[in-house]
Design a protein around this ligand. Structure first.
Ligand SMILES: Cc1ncc(COP(=O)(O)O)c(C=O)c1O
Length: 402
């Protein structure tokens, strides 16, 4: 029989569960911390991470592996590509686990200046104290800055496919190529682009991270992260650290995540489409100073973005500055009715927030401005509502701003 290869849409919705005498269509939630052992030999095989005898359960203890989590991990790997995926307790746990697995005292890493606030805090506060790892900050728009920053002890390149919240991208293929040529591990946080719009592992990136609390889950009802590794060696290292650091996701969360993934491509199509319409509307509005969205032809990285994400879309995240700065922004967000004032993003409902006073308070003003986050910047997670309703809500709020 011909071996079929499936498209993203079919992979995301395809039945993927646990076989057994009951054979459910959707994955059961295995709420068990531990698993019954058939014999002392079985227990020893599992503890020593050896292959178990045919027909025996491969599960020992849920921090080491859980059937519900495993199904969701396999599903994510089928979408991302690569060797395997680990679902973690949060996106931050995915970042910290991946980085701590790959660096040790005296190492050096190169990180985009446009990094997510929580990751910034980890790289500036916790990582140097724990391990003395040195970080060089670069502008990810210019891959040459990563190359120029390389030292003999450089172990990692770290970037974001679409940076939070400045919305700049990087040349994914070039970063992967340069990292591989120099034996440096490349990590990309792909939360904003989503796996539907780009799959960097297939372009040679070593490790892809997502805050699955966002587009992967898609319904603002869970906190989780994903780490996908391109090679078996990296996956083994990551699994070892993950088991010890202990950021295991709950099987309840994996169940919700798997359910969310079934409609990921439908949601992303709507997010991509709505955000492009709204970005154009904002760009033409007289009360808007700047709009940051890769899908706009006026964006300085539009050509690169078109090459990387163009067939799918540019995601649902838009940042913009209102004329009148923080005060205008405050009145604006408090006047919205359909769009909700809340941090987080990537759910079907539209959310808006003020970066400097909410998601990026931990980044000192000087560093914030260097990474393009102005005092008045608003970050808008465009949802799946009717786009005309969203525009009407925005128009009403603009009317309330002087
Ligand atoms: C780009 C990015 N990476 C990582 C995270 C952290 O994810 P979590 O909140 O799931 O820990 C976030 C959270 O907003 C994010 O926006």
């Amino acid at each position: 029989m011909e071996e079929l290869t499936y498209s993203f849409e079919s992979l995301a919705t395809k039945k993927m569960t646990i076989r057994g005498p009951v054979n459910p269509l959707s994955t059961p939630i295995y709420l068990s911390s531990t698993f019954v052992l058939e014999s002392a030999k079985h227990g020893a095989e599992l503890s020593e991470q050896k292959e178990v005898s045919k027909g025996s359960s491969p599960y020992l203890y849920s921090r080491w592996g859980n059937p519900t989590n495993d199904v969701c991990q396999r599903l994510i790997t089928s979408l991302e590509g690569g060797e395997g995926t680990i679902i973690t307790a949060s996106g931050m746990n995915a970042i910290t686990t991946a980085v701590l697995s790959l660096v040790q005292r005296g190492d050096h890493m190169v990180v985009t200046r446009n990094v997510y606030g929580g990751a910034y805090e980890f790289f500036t506060d916790i990582l140097p104290k724990l391990s003395g790892v040195e970080v060089t900050w670069v502008n990810q728009e210019n891959i040459q800055e990563y190359i120029d920053a390389i030292k003999p002890n450089t172990k990692l390149f770290y970037g974001e496919t679409i940076a939070n919240p400045s919305m700049v991208t990087l040349d994914v293929e070039r970063l992967a190529k340069e990292a591989q040529a120099k034996g440096i591990v490349s990590i990309l946080d792909c939360t904003f682009s989503s796996v539907y719009n780009i799959q960097p592992i297939k372009l040679g990136i070593d490790i892809v991270i997502h805050s699955a609390s966002k587009y992967y889950g898609g319904h603002s009802d869970l906190i989780a992260g994903t780490i996908t590794a391109r090679t078996p060696e990296l996956l083994t290292k990551l699994n070892h650290f993950h088991r010890i650091l202990g950021g295991t996701a709950s099987p309840n969360t994996s169940h919700l995540l798997q359910r969310g993934i079934k409609t990921l491509y439908l949601r992303m199509k709507q997010h991509n489409q709505n955000a492009l319409v709204i970005a154009k509307f904002l760009e033409s509005h007289p009360k808007v100073e700047n709009v940051y969205f890769l899908g706009l032809e006026t964006h300085r990285q539009h050509e690169l973005a078109k090459k990387q994400f163009g067939d799918k879309g540019y995601g649902g995240m838009i940042s913009f500055d209102l004329k009148g700065g923080y005060e205008a922004g405050k009145n604006f967000v408090e006047s919205l009715k359909l769009i909700t004032l809340a941090v987080s993003l990537g759910g079907i409902e539209s959310l808006i927030q003020h970066c400097a006073s909410m998601t990026h308070t931990m980044v000192p003003k000087e560093d914030r401005l260097k990474s393009g986050i102005t005092d008045g910047m608003l970050r808008f997670s465009v949802g799946c509502e009717n786009v005309d309703d969203l525009i009407r809500d925005l128009e009403n709020a603009f009317a309330a701003v002087n």
